[in-house]
Design a binder for this molecule. Structure first.
Ligand SMILES: [Zn+2]
Ligand SMILES: [Zn+2]
Length: 419
């Protein structure tokens, strides 16, 4: 309809040509890049989940089932506890008997799990809601789970294995990039929850080539975003790897994503892996996979668990942010970076017997220092020229509803900028 209207207006003499959407100014699009449904280990139908996100103002969503794309014929037994009973009843009620496909095999009722190619027709809307094909490549090395999302892929990348944690990551990342090269379709891998199972250290992640993204925040309660006494937090890992990649390894910076990794859509509680905890806000002109991926790869996005930014801008030598403040909520912005000439000293962590543990080393306090901090809605930072990079973390005083862990307050993370 809109296209017809555009064409008509274009053809009418005397009227200026309408600006095509490619010429419209960039705007922020809200999305979640890590989502599970009944196609793997999530506990609801993909239409129900997409509908949940769409109704809450998300504009894009990637289902990332373990080692598969939602395609082909799949029938689910309705005696299956995850998709049957009240879960099925709600699905039937929301989408109706004309949409929901049922059959009986050997006296056992079954429901068809619709593939993405079908359910997207019911949910996608131009400029309002986009579903992007994706998968979670679910690999491991010994006991370390190594999970890598691949967004906008055309075919599943089977877990590639490898001889150590870095090798497993590298082989999977390279396989995704080879598919991109082969098909010409923009797609990208991202490293999931590095602290899950204490799988991936900063020293491993920093050496990964071709990778631009990792999860600085994942809403699954078991992924240990904040580390512990002997394990670095994801933010600490980020500063370590940025410093080493830029100053020593000659590799591009990595960007930090916030995602849900949602599995549980019925009971909302801290120990559940619920939707709505972490997302990205991407600044792009159009709501297409190509446009969203281009903006992500340009670092034109931020990760958030609730704080909204209306602008992130570099004016010459100054990085300026604008926070959409809420009444009665305070915000503290820290501009974080590492200066040239930093102390490179770092030490492995050992157990009581003196054995080296395979965990992120302890680094000097020069790494990821707070360069400046400010309160209020319009924080800014002027580069002095000796920073390797600068990024910002904005912490709000507002308690997060249904948090990843008790006591969590809302936050946002902007992407590193090189002076
Ligand atoms: Zn995972
Ligand atoms: Zn996952």
């Amino acid at each position: 309809m809109r296209c017809v209207l555009r064409l008509l207006l274009f053809l009418l003499p005397g009227l200026p040509a309408l600006s095509a959407s490619a010429e419209s100014p960039p705007r922020w699009w809200k999305g979640n890049l890590h989502t599970h449904s009944l196609w793997s280990d999530g506990d609801d139908y993909p239409e129900m989940i997409a509908d949940w996100y769409k109704q809450r103002g998300y504009q894009f969503l990637a289902f990332t089932e373990h080692n598969l794309l939602a395609e082909g014929q799949r029938w689910l037994s309705l005696t299956n506890a995850r998709g049957g009973g009240p879960v099925f009843a709600r699905y039937l009620e929301r989408f109706g008997p004309d949409w929901v496909e049922q059959r009986t095999v050997d006296d056992s009722p079954q429901v068809r799990l619709k593939p993405l190619s079908e359910f997207r027709t019911r949910l996608e809307e131009i400029d309002r809601f986009l579903l992007i094909p994706a998968t979670e490549i679910t690999d491991r090395h010994l006991t370390a789970p190594i999970h890598i999302n691949a967004v906008n892929i055309t075919t599943v990348v089977p877990p590639q294995g490898g001889s150590n944690v870095l090798d497993v990551m590298q082989r999977n990342v390279t396989a995704v990039l080879e598919q991109r090269e082969r098909t010409g379709q923009p797609m990208f891998p991202h490293i999931n929850h590095p602290n899950f199972g204490w799988a991936i250290t900063a020293e491993e992640l920093m050496r990964l080539e071709g990778e631009r993204f990792f999860e600085v925040y994942n809403g699954h309660p078991e992924v240990r975003n904040f580390g512990d006494a002997s394990h670095a937090s994801m933010e600490r890992v980020w500063d370590i790897l940025l410093t080493w990649r830029i100053a020593i390894l000659g590799l591009p910076p990595m960007f930090g994503l916030a995602v849900d990794d949602s599995h549980h859509y019925h009971d909302f509680a801290v120990p559940k892996s619920n939707p709505g905890r972490g997302w990205v806000m991407v600044r792009a002109r159009t709501l297409t996979p190509e446009s969203i991926i281009h903006a992500l790869e340009s670092g034109d996005f931020y990760a958030t668990t609730g704080v909204t930014l209306t602008d992130i801008r570099r004016d010459g030598n100054t990085l300026r942010l604008h926070i959409a403040g809420e009444e009665g909520v305070t915000y503290r912005t820290e501009f974080i970076g590492t200066r040239r000439g930093f102390d490179r000293a770092n030490e492995p962590i050992r157990n009581a017997a003196g054995d080296r543990l395979r965990v992120t080393h302890r680094y000097s306090p020069d790494i990821g220092i707070v360069l400046a901090a400010s309160e209020g809605p319009s924080p800014s930072y002027s580069f002095t020229g000796d920073e390797l990079y600068v990024r910002a973390t904005i912490r709000s005083s507002k308690a997060k509803s249904n948090p990843y862990r008790d006591g969590e307050t809302e936050a946002a993370w902007t992407q590193p900028i090189l002076p």
